[in-house]
Design a protein around this ligand. Structure first.
Ligand code: 5GP
Length: 199
């Protein structure tokens, strides 16, 4: 069976990564989300074990010490990380795993797993990103301002990813990601052709 692929997706807070990825994953059982661990507090509507594993700092540090994290990073004062076992289990079953992670963690995965596909989702403009961040009811203004600042820094890293897509509309952005995944699945290195034995 063909192994799944790791698909790294990053983009600034508020760019709409979650919505675009949900659209990409709709009706596609060959794709799975990696559930990250984080030390940040749970937001209304989030479910432990579904959106994140919400854990405390000592537990997070123990996971790092035991080499159970594929990558980890600190973002806006909290730890975030990808538990490695669940990723490897899915890949072995031929399922590709989407890692929605920030830039520092993404760079770690690119180094450790050179066959990972990396995609950066960018906003159409910073004015539009600020509008989206301020319009999101669950983010206080000072947090939004800090995130906009981080977003600018993050966009400087876009060239480290194999692909950059603009999220102008959800359907167009999702279509671009599906096109990337289709092309990646057709790469010759993953499609050895069985030739007839020569006489
Ligand atoms: P939020 O707190 O808004 O859910 O996420 C904040 C940032 O952390 C986002 O950029 C998100 O992509 C990133 N993030 C979520 N999970 C992980 C993870 O496992 N590792 C890393 N490095 N970043 C993560």
């Amino acid at each position: 069976m063909k192994q799944g692929r790791i698909i790294i997706v990053s983009g600034p807070s508020g760019v709409g990564k979650g919505t675009v990825l949900k659209e990409v994953m709709k009706d596609d059982p060959s794709l799975q989300f990696s559930v990250s661990a984080t030390t940040r507090t749970i937001r209304p509507g989030e479910i432990d074990g579904v959106h994140y594993y919400f854990i405390d700092k000592p537990r997070f540090e123990a996971l790092i010490a035991n080499n159970e994290m594929l990558e980890h990073a600190e973002y806006a004062g909290n730890y975030y990380g990808t538990p490695e076992k669940a990723v490897n289990d899915a890949l072995a079953q031929g399922i590709s795993v989407i890692l929605e992670i920030e830039v520092q963690g993404a760079l770690q995965v690119m180094r450790r797993r050179p066959d990972a596909i990396s995609i950066f989702i960018a906003p159409p403009s910073f004015e539009e990103l600020a509008r989206r961040l301020n319009g999101r009811g669950d983010t206080p203004p000072e947090v939004a301002a800090k995130r906009l600042q981080i977003a600018e820094q993050e966009c400087r890293n876009a060239t480290k990813y194999q692909y950059t897509i603009i999220n102008d509309t959800v359907s167009a952005a999702a279509a671009r990601i599906r096109a990337i995944l289709t092309a990646e699945a057709c790469r010759s290195e993953y499609n050895a052709i069985q030739l007839e034995e020569e006489e």
